[in-house]
Design a protein around this ligand. Structure first.
Ligand SMILES: Nc1ncnc2c1ncn2[C@@H]1O[C@H](COP(=O)(O)OP(=O)(O)OP(=O)(O)O)[C@@H](O)[C@H]1O
Length: 261
C-alpha cells in the first residue's frame, strides 16, 4: 500500500537542477535504497520530503495515519514546515550527525520525542507533570535499549564513539514515532563491526512496522538490505529496480558503480 508518493519533483538552485523531474513511490513496509554519485541530488531529495525545501515543481503526498482505527488521510507535504512533516509521520537522520553534543544520550532521545511541535525543545526541557515525565523517560530508555545504548544513557552524546552517535541519531528519529524513516548515509564513517550492527538494527526497525528509505554509499549494505533501489545522477532518476536489476543496469554501472562492480 502506498505510503509516500513524489510526482515530477524538481529543485532548482540558481541554474542547477539538483533534483530534476523525479517521480517516486514507497509502499508501506518497504526498505528502499537511494544511491548515486556525489552531488546527484540524494540529500536534496530528502530535504524536499522533509519540508526543509519547498520543491520548485512537483508534488509530494503522504498517507498519514489518523486516530486509533488507523484510518488514513492523504497529506500534501509541499509547503509544510519540517516539524509538521515529523508530526505527520516522517522522521530522518542527517549525513552530518546533528545531536546536542553537550546533552546526555537520554536527553537527546527525549528531545526527539517532543520534536513534533514547534516548541519541541522547550517542551523537552521544561518539566512535564511527573507521570508524563516518567512515561517519556521509560519510552526513551526502551528506544535506547533497542539501539543498544541503554548503558550509556547518562553519558554526554559527544563522548560516544562515532558509530554509537549514528545509532543515537536513529533512536532520536524513532522517538517521533514515524511511519517513514529516512536515513542519510547511516553507515558513513563506520567500521566493519559498526556497519554489521547497523544492518541488524535496520532489519529490526523494519520488523516494527516502519518503512525505511536510506541514502548510502556502502554498496554491500544498501544492496544487501534494500528490496528496491532508486538511482539518481545529476538530479535525474536513471534507474529503479531490485538490487540485482540495478547492479546490472548499464547506465548505473557507467554513472556510479564502475565496470568492476
Ligand atoms: N542549498 C543549496 N544551494 C545551492 N546548491 C545546492 C544546495 N544544496 C545542494 N546543492 C547542490 O545540489 C547538488 C545536489 O546536492 P546533494 O547534496 O543533494 O547531493 P548528494 O547526492 O546528496 O551528494 P553526496 O553523496 O555528496 O551527499 C549539488 O551540486 C550541490 O552542490
Amino acid at each position: 500500500m502506498e505510503l509516500l508518493k513524489a510526482e515530477k519533483l524538481s529543485m532548482i538552485f540558481g541554474g542547477l537542477r539538483a533534483v530534476d523531474n523525479v517521480s517516486f513511490q514507497i509502499d508501506e513496509g518497504e526498505i528502499v535504497g537511494l544511491i548515486g554519485p556525489n552531488g546527484a541530488g540524494k540529500t536534496t531529495f530528502f530535504n524536499l520530503l522533509t519540508g526543509i525545501y519547498v520543491p520548485s515543481a512537483g508534488e509530494i503526498t503522504f498517507q498519514q495515519q489518523v486516530g486509533e482505527e488507523k484510518s488514513r488521510k492523504e497529506l500534501k507535504i509541499n509547503g509544510m514546515k519540517p516539524y509538521q512533516v515529523t508530526a505527520a509521520g516522517i522522521a530522518r537522520t542527517f549525513q552530518n550527525i546533528r545531536l546536542f553534543k553537550d546533552m546526555t544520550v537520554l536527553d537527546n532521545v527525549l528531545i526527539g520525542m517532543h520534536s513534533k511541535t514547534s516548541t519541541g525543545l522547550w517542551q523537552a526541557i521544561l518539566p512535564l507533570n511527573m507521570k508524563e515525565e516518567q512515561e517519556s523517560k521509560d519510552r526513551a530508555r526502551s528506544l535506547l535499549d533497542f539501539v543498544g545504548l541503554l548503558s550509556k544513557e547518562k553519558e554526554l552524546s559527544k563522548n560516544l564513539a562515532y558509530g554509537e552517535q549514528r545509532r543515537l541519531e536513529i533512536a532520536r528519529a524513532l522517538a517521533a514515532n514515524p511511519r517513514l524513516l529516512l536515513l542519510d548515509e547511516p553507515a558513513a564513517g563506520m567500521n566493519a563491526i559498526e556497519t554489521r550492527e547497523l544492518i541488524n538494527l535496520i532489519t529490526e526497525i523494519r520488523k516494527t512496522d516502519k518503512t525505511v528509505l536510506l541514502i548510502e554509499h556502502d554498496m554491500k549494505l544498501v544492496m544487501g538490505i534494500s528490496e528496491r533501489v532508486m538511482v539518481l545522477d545529476y538530479g535525474k532518476k536513471i534507474a529503479e529496480g531490485t538490487p540485482q536489476e540495478v547492479q546490472k543496469n548499464e547506465k548505473v554501472i557507467k554513472a556510479y558503480l564502475g565496470e568492476g562492480a
